[in-house]
Unconditional design. Structure first.
Length: 482
C-alpha cells in the first residue's frame, strides 16, 4: 500500500484495500505528497485519515516543490500549522510552493533561507514585504556569515543595523569565514576613525581574538592594518597558546610596544611546553630579562633544543650576557653538564669568564676544571686577574700554569688592592716583584694594613737574600744579613 501510494497507483491501492486487511502506514500519505500524486493523497485522506497528517504531507510537498499538493492542503490548515512547511520550502528554494503557502509566519523561513544561501528566496520575501523586522534580518545575517554566504550578506546588509553587523562579524571570525569578515569590515569604514565607540572596539577585538586562536592570518593582518585600536597583547598570547605560528609572526611585527610584556609570558610558555618553533619566533623580540626566565625553565627541564634556541640570543660581543649566567650556574650546580656545554658554546668570552668566576666558589675542583676546558678561552689573563681581584684562590691556583709573568704581576696588584692575602701569598712565590714598592704605596692608601705588612716582609726577605748571595760571591766567610 505504501509503495503504491508513493507511485500514485490508486487502482492498486483500492484493490489492496478491498482484498487485504493490513492497511497502510503514515509513509503512504507523505510519499504521495512528496511525489505529487494528488489523487492518491485524496484517497488516503478519505480512507485512512488516521495515517494522513496534513502537516507532514504539506512539509513533504514543500520540500519537493509539489505546488499542486501545497495548494490543495494549505486551505485546510491553520496558518500556524503551515509554518514548518514554509520553512522547508525556503530551505530548499521552492519559491512556487512559498507562493502557494503564504501568507504565513516567515521569520524562521527567512533565517533558514539565509543559512542555506537561498538568495532568490530572500529576494522573494523582501519584494513581497515578508522580510520581517530588523531582529530577523540581523539573525539572518549572522547565519549567512556562519556559513560563508557572501551573496546573501550583500543582499541583507542594507536591512541590518550595526549590532547585526557586529554579531555577524563575530560569527564569521569564529568559523574562519575570511571572505565574509573582509566584506563586513568594508561595510563599516568609520570603525577605523578616531573616537571609535567602545562597542565597535569590543567587536573588532573579539574578532581578532577569534581569528588569532584558529590561526587565520589573513584576517589578523586585515584587522591589524585597518584598525589602530586593536588589542595585540591578548591576541598574541592566545595565538602562542594555540601554536598559531603564522599569526604570531605577523603580530610580532606590530609597532605596538605593549606586546613586549606579553612576549615574556609567551616565551616562558614556549619553554615550558618545549615548543622550539615558537621559541625561535619569540626570542627575536624578547628582552634579555624575559629570555633569562625562559632559559632557566628550559635548563631545569634539560631541554637542550630550547636551550640552544634561547642561548643563541646574544648581546654585544664585549659585554657579559648576564641573562645566561644564572642558567649556566644553576645547570652546573645540578650537574647538567650537557646544558652547561650548550650555554658555554653560545656565549662570548666575557660571559664564559664571568660564569667561571661565579662557579669557582660553588662547584668542586673537578667540575670547575671541566667547565674551564669546555670554555676553550683564547687567553686566560683576564679571567686570572679577575679571579685574583675577587680572592678566588682555588681558581687562581688552577689557572697559574696558563698565564705569563706579566699577568701574574697585574693580578698581584689586583689582589693586593682588594686585600686578598691568601692570593697574594700564592702569587708572591711566582713573581720577581719589580713593582712591589708601587703596590705597597697604592695598598697603603686603601688602608689594607695586613697586606702592606705582607708585601714589606716579602720585600725584606728578598733583599736579604740578594745580600747573602753577593757576599758569598766575593768569598766572605760570614755573610751579613741586611
Amino acid at each position: 500500500m505504501d509503495g503504491a501510494a508513493a507511485r500514485g497507483r490508486v487502482v492498486i491501492m483500492e484493490w489492496l484495500h478491498s482484498s487485504r486487511s493490513e492497511g497502510c502506514s503514515a509513509l503512504a500519505a507523505t510519499g504521495a505528497a512528496a511525489n505529487g500524486h494528488l489523487h492518491a493523497l485524496e484517497w488516503l485522506i478519505q480512507h485512512f485519515p488516521q495515517h494522513s497528517s496534513r502537516s507532514r504531507c504539506l512539509i513533504a510537498a514543500a520540500e519537493n516543490g509539489r505546488i499542486e499538493i501545497a495548494r490543495y492542503l494549505r486551505p485546510q490548515m491553520h496558518w500556524f500549522d503551515a509554518t514548518p512547511a514554509i520553512v522547508a520550502a525556503a530551505a530548499r528554494g521552492r519559491i512556487g510552493c512559498l507562493q502557494a503557502l503564504l501568507p504565513g509566519n516567515t521569520s524562521d523561513a527567512f533565517i533558514v533561507a539565509a543559512a542555506n544561501g537561498r538568495v532568490e528566496v530572500l529576494e522573494f520575501f523582501i519584494d513581497n514585504g515578508y522580510n520581517g523586522n530588523v531582529a530577523v534580518t540581523n539573525a539572518s545575517l549572522k547565519k549567512a556569515a556562519r556559513f560563508g554566504h557572501t551573496a546573501v550578506i550583500q543582499l541583507l546588509l542594507p536591512e541590518c543595523n550595526v549590532i547585526g553587523v557586529g554579531n555577524a562579524l563575530r560569527s564569521a571570525a569564529k568559523w574562519d569565514q575570511t571572505s565574509v569578515v573582509v566584506l563586513l569590515l568594508e561595510r563599516e569604514p568609520h570603525w577605523c576613525l578616531d573616537g571609535v565607540p567602545p562597542m565597535y572596539q569590543s567587536i573588532v577585538n573579539f574578532v581578532l581574538l577569534s581569528v588569532s586562536r584558529i590561526g587565520c592570518a589573513a584576517i589578523v593582518k586585515a584587522l591589524v592594518d585597518r584598525f589602530p585600536f586593536v588589542s595585540i597583547r591578548p591576541a598574541l598570547l592566545l595565538a602562542t597558546e594555540n601554536r598559531q605560528y603564522e599569526v604570531v609572526e605577523l603580530l610580532l611585527h606590530s609597532s605596538d610596544s605593549s606586546i613586549l610584556s606579553t612576549i615574556g609570558k609567551a616565551v616562558e610558555n614556549a619553554a615550558t611546553c618545549g615548543d622550539t618553533k615558537m621559541a625561535k619566533l619569540l626570542v627575536k623580540r624578547s628582552s634579555f630579562h624575559d629570555a633569562a626566565r625562559a632559559l632557566n625553565i628550559a635548563a631545569s627541564r634539560n631541554d637542550l633544543d630550547i636551550v640552544r634556541v634561547l642561548a643563541a640570543k646574544r648581546g654585544e660581543c664585549f659585554k657579559v650576557d648576564s641573562f645566561k649566567i644564572d642558567a649556566l650556574v644553576r645547570a652546573a650546580k645540578s650537574g647538567r653538564m650537557e646544558v652547561v656545554e650548550v650555554l658555554v658554546n653560545s656565549s662570548n668570552s666575557r660571559t664564559k669568564e664571568e660564569a667561571v668566576l661565579q662557579l669557582a666558589s660553588i662547584v668542586d675542583t673537578e667540575v670547575l676544571n671541566s667547565i674551564i676546558r669546555i670554555c676553550e678561552l683564547k687567553t686566560y689573563q683576564y679571567l686570572f686577574t679577575d679571579a685574583a681581584a675577587r680572592g678566588l684562590a682555588g681558581l687562581v691556583q688552577q689557572l697559574m700554569c696558563r698565564v705569563d709573568l706579566n699577568t701574574i704581576h697585574r693580578s698581584l696588584t689586583a689582589a693586593a688592592l682588594n686585600g686578598h692575602t691568601e692570593v697574594i701569598k700564592m702569587l708572591l712565590g711566582k713573581s720577581d716583584l719589580p713593582n712591589v714598592a708601587e703596590i705597597v704605596e697604592a695598598v697603603a692608601r686603601n688602608g689594607h694594613t695586613s697586606v702592606v705588612k705582607l708585601l714589606r716582609a716579602s720585600t725584606s726577605d728578598d733583599a736579604a737574600m740578594v745580600h747573602l748571595e753577593s757576599d758569598q760571591e766575593f768569598g766572605n766567610k760570614k755573610p751579613r744579613l741586611k
